[in-house]
Design a protein. Structure first.
Length: 212
């Protein structure tokens, strides 16, 4: 073997090898004729070595791919992280559901007040409240005086100043329109009424009648 001659053989060959120059060997590695597993023996080598392990041939080897297929040729997915996430979500929802159930069970049940509000007479109501009456025909009376809806706020404010009170008693008939009730509440808020009481008549007393 001359100084410039290399020997090359395939990985499964145990023969004496094939003489080749370094230039042709490098070209064969670049073209894929010779693989990393094949064996070479340089002029200064005492033993056969794989092409991929020879320092003089590293520059001729093809670049190593970033991703390599497994031996089976199919990619495998690691399910461990996904299982961990599922268990964490399961624990979270179990704790949240338990917390909600406990909070629901701990809420006290509303008990009806058997004593309720005491009955008062209309005279008592009129003394401490601005009295507004809504009849079934849609008429609005402030302190017994018919009042237009556009002048309702001014009438309530005037009655408030006279009685020196911040409370209003609303006596609405069963057939009174809901829109009128809302108009009275809005006017009371505009007149700086702090509290509105709804009158409920006991027995068959009509709205604006004798006693609540």
């Amino acid at each position: 073997m001359t100084a410039a001659t290399w020997l090359v053989r395939t990985a499964d060959d145990a023969g004496p090898g094939r003489p080749i120059s370094l230039e042709r060997l490098a070209q064969g590695i670049t073209d894929g004729v010779w693989r990393e597993e094949d064996q070479v023996r340089g002029p200064q080598d005492m033993h056969w070595r794989q092409i991929g392990d020879h320092s003089q041939l590293e520059e001729f080897l093809p670049p190593v791919p970033l991703f390599r297929r497994s031996a089976g040729g199919e990619a495998e997915m690691d399910m461990t992280p996904m299982i961990d996430v599922v268990f964490q979500l399961l624990i979270f929802f179990m704790i949240a559901a338990t917390y909600t159930l406990q909070k629901t069970l701990d809420l006290p049940q509303a008990q009806a007040n058997q004593e309720g509000a005491s009955s008062v007479t209309m005279q008592d109501v009129e003394k401490t409240n601005v009295l507004v009456v809504l009849d079934e025909g849609g008429q609005v009376l402030v302190e017994g005086q018919p009042t237009a809806l556009d002048d309702l706020e001014n009438a309530i404010r005037a009655a408030r100043d006279i009685k020196q009170t911040g409370e209003l008693a609303l006596d609405a008939a069963d057939g009174a329109a809901h829109e009128l009730v809302v108009r009275v509440l809005d006017a009371a808020a505009g007149a700086q009424i702090n509290q509105v009481h709804f009158i409920k008549h006991v027995g068959n007393s009509p709205a604006g009648g004798g006693g609540p």
